[in-house]
Write a protein that binds this ligand. Structure first.
Ligand SMILES: [Zn+2]
Length: 299
């Protein structure tokens, strides 16, 4: 297939004569690479896929270079789901569970009393933003719709689907009408919702975004933007891990060394191993070049 290198795309569109915009995303390679590095149960794996699609949709609504985190926490079997995406199209994800979960576990059962937090950090300076809502509605898509109602106050509908190695999502949003209220926009928003509602998860996962949009909205006058390619990328490094170990403190590092002979840390996102032996740990806590000003005081 000619498009084999372009499977992971996000396609944005707007209704030409109404204040309605939308996005469709489809991920294969990004999703496959994210979950290949971990041994997740199928229910968790699907949730990671939905989370990747969700973050791609959310990041595409941002106008400046930003990093966006979607974080789901609960006292239930799923303790943490963290999906990170950037406006440059790179993404990574991790999930932590307290126990193994059966294949068809609902989000309510995975994350009872959970919260969903969205954090946006501009990469070129500026204020951080964080919005937190209770996890409700039984799916990540419903939780996001709830988030948009609470935080952005823009009517928004979200569809997410993930299975096997395909993850996909769609978002439609009603924008504030320019120059006051226009009743024609009510019709367009209702129509967009009714057309979008006919989509199945299977179609969303199977069809390229552009084709998906054409099929759903073929009678509408749409404007399509250039698609955004998406890919898995981790930003972990030995320096960052060293800084994290330094933060844990010399006593704890020496204790681990004494017990295990080496300090080995795996990146939570990409599972890359980082090994620090006795010499490395010694250097971490004595070499002024790698020592932070705060840790200086402890000597
Ligand atoms: Zn990593």
């Amino acid at each position: 297939m000619a498009e084999s290198g372009d499977q992971d795309l996000l396609q944005r569109f707007v209704f030409a004569h109404a204040d309605v915009r939308g996005e469709v995303v489809r991920l294969e390679q990004t999703f496959a690479e994210t979950v290949a590095r971990h041994d997740y149960d199928p229910a968790i794996r699907s949730l990671v896929g939905e989370g990747l699609a969700a973050v791609a949709l959310l990041a595409a609504t941002l106008k400046y270079p930003c990093s966006l985190n979607l974080q789901l926490q609960s006292p239930g079997p799923l303790s943490l789901l963290l999906i990170q995406g950037r406006t440059d199209g790179t993404m990574r994800a991790m999930a932590r569970t307290r126990e193994s979960v059966p294949e068809q576990t609902s989000l309510d059962a995975l994350a009872p009393e959970g919260t969903l937090a969205i954090m946006i950090e501009p990469l070129e300076g500026g204020e951080r933003y964080q919005g937190v809502v209770d996890l409700r509605g039984g799916s990540l898509a419903s939780a996001l719709e709830h988030y948009f109602r609470e935080s952005e106050q823009l009517p928004t509908r979200v569809w997410l689907s993930a299975q096997s190695t395909q993850a996909a999502g769609m978002l439609i949003q009603r924008l504030p009408a320019e120059g006051g209220h226009d009743s024609r926009d009510d019709d367009a928003w209702q129509r967009a919702g009714m057309l979008a509602e006919t989509v199945t998860g299977e179609e969303l996962r199977a069809l390229p975004p552009r084709e998906m949009i054409r099929r759903l909205f073929h009678e509408e006058d749409l404007r399509l933007f250039d698609p955004t390619p998406l890919r898995f990328a981790c930003r972990c490094s030995r320096d960052r891990v060293a800084a994290m170990l330094e933060g844990l403190g010399e006593a704890e590092m020496r204790a681990t060394l004494a017990d295990e002979g080496v300090v080995e840390v795996h990146c939570d996102f990409c599972n890359a191993p980082y090994r620090f032996d006795a010499v490395d740990i010694e250097a971490l806590f004595t070499d002024p070049a790698v020592r932070s000003p705060e840790s200086h005081e402890s000597h």
